[in-house]
Design a protein around this ligand. Structure first.
Ligand code: NAD
Ligand code: UDP
Length: 344
């Protein structure tokens, strides 16, 4: 069966990055279909996607590890490429429950790749992470920096990257785009979709947003004695809309190349580092609300600075981030203030 070059499967497409990528793919003329078990997302996102795009969403509620189901879904929709977001992403939880992470992130990927192989669909975009650089010796980080891991979550990303490399060696028909995300933040400018963490947010931006909206009293700033301009940790925050466009560019590059074309591993970041206090100030500006904070000890496992050299993605994919930290905070605030309890 020949595939439809516009048909793209998004595993985990109901999640934070997947939902924004869904919209970007529709706007670029693709027909994305979603597979998600809603283990870390809310079905209400689907109606929001329909409001934004003005067309019905095709979504199957299923575990990506159901090989036979995924194979049948790939064939039913004549899928040409898969963007694989489905997985768990909490570093702390991965330390406490490593097998849950290996099973879903590594086991889920094995199953997906088997289903794709059986369906003759061998084009994949994979959600990796800057966590694969461990504690980088210097910044900005280029893709040829050594990789390492400091927790099971990071290890699952490295294992998946290695698995994809082995697969390509075994069968060069596989075309793989590995995207190493830096720190995705922000929301769709409509305020209809955004990041909706369950429980207490681990990440900085959603925590700051919940302080600004009054859901939490105060931000804990983890350390102000790092070797950075103001002593707080520095990260490469990237607007989720830019990240979504990165997936469109990656899918396009792989699909245009055809079977056995070039695979790539690229950083998706802005190339700029911002400190925790930069984020606090930018959020106060965007929201007009105070964000009280207190300095706490360093968080275990945190690195001082992490930001990308994004030149390779620009060269290979013609992609670069265009949104500023002020844009990220304005859109995160619109989402948070319009949906103080998330999708509930
Ligand atoms: P998310 O949790 O919002 O989205 C993941 C989606 O996958 C959720 O909708 C969840 O229900 C679904 N899912 C999980 N396991 C599944 C399974 N077995 N079968 C079907 N669906 C399943 O996370 P996100 O922030 O959108 O991240 C997407 C991907 O990007 C993840 O692989 C994550 O590790 C990676 N990533 C995220 C970040 C970040 O900071 N958000 C950074 C780097 C990499
Ligand atoms: N951070 C913080 N308070 C929080 C959450 C995060 O001070 O409640 C800091 C953290 O120490 C790091 C930065 O914010 O320097 C980004 O943390 P996040 O967890 O969002 O991303 P990651 O550390 O995974 O890059």
């Amino acid at each position: 069966m020949t595939s439809n070059p516009n048909s793209i499967l998004l595993t985990g497409g109901a999640g934070y990055i997947g939902s924004h990528t869904y919209v970007a793919l529709v706007e670029a003329g693709y027909n994305p279909v979603i597979l998600d078990d809603f283990s870390n997302s809310h079905p209400a996102v689907l109606a929001r996607l329909e409001r934004i795009t003005g067309r019905p969403v095709v979504c199957e509620r299923r575990d990506v590890a159901d090989t036979a189901f995924v194979q049948a879904m790939l064939q039913r929709h004549a899928v040409a490429a898969v963007v694989h977001f489905a997985g768990f992403k909490s570093v702390g939880e991965s330390v406490a429950q490593p097998l849950k992470y290996y099973r879903n992130n590594v086991g889920g990927m094995v199953s997906l790749l088997q289903a794709m192989d059986a369906a003759n669909c061998r084009t994949l975009v994979f959600s990796s992470s800057a966590t694969v650089y461990g504690d980088p010796a210097s910044v900005p980080i280029t893709e040829d920096f050594p990789t390492s891991h400091t927790n099971p979550y990071g290890h699952t990303k490295l294992v998946c990257e290695d698995m994809l490399a082995a697969l390509r060696t075994a069968n060069p028909a596989w075309q793989v785009g590995v995207l190493r995300y830096f720190n995705p933040v922000g929301a769709h400018p409509s305020g209809l979709i955004g990041e909706d963490p369950s429980g207490i947010p681990n990440n900085l931006m959603p925590y700051v947003a919940q302080v600004a909206v009054g859901r939490r009293p105060c931000l804990n700033v983890y350390g102000n004695d790092y070797a950075t301009p103001d002593g707080t940790g520095v990260r490469d925050y990237i607007h989720v809309q830019d990240l979504a466009q990165g997936h469109v560019a990656a899918s396009q590059a792989l699909l245009d190349d055809g079977e056995g074309g070039d695979s790539f591993t690229v950083n998706l970041g802005t190339g700029k580092g911002h400190s925790v206090l930069d984020v606090v100030r930018a959020f106060e500006q965007a929201s007009g609300r105070p964000v009280p904070y207190q300095i706490m000890p360093r968080r275990q496992g945190d690195v001082a600075q992490c930001y990308a050299d994004p030149a390779l993605a620009q060269r290979l994919l013609g992609w670069r981030a265009t949104h500023s930290l002020a844009d990220m905070c304005a859109d995160a605030w619109r989402w948070q203030s319009q949906n103080p309890e998330g999708y509930e």
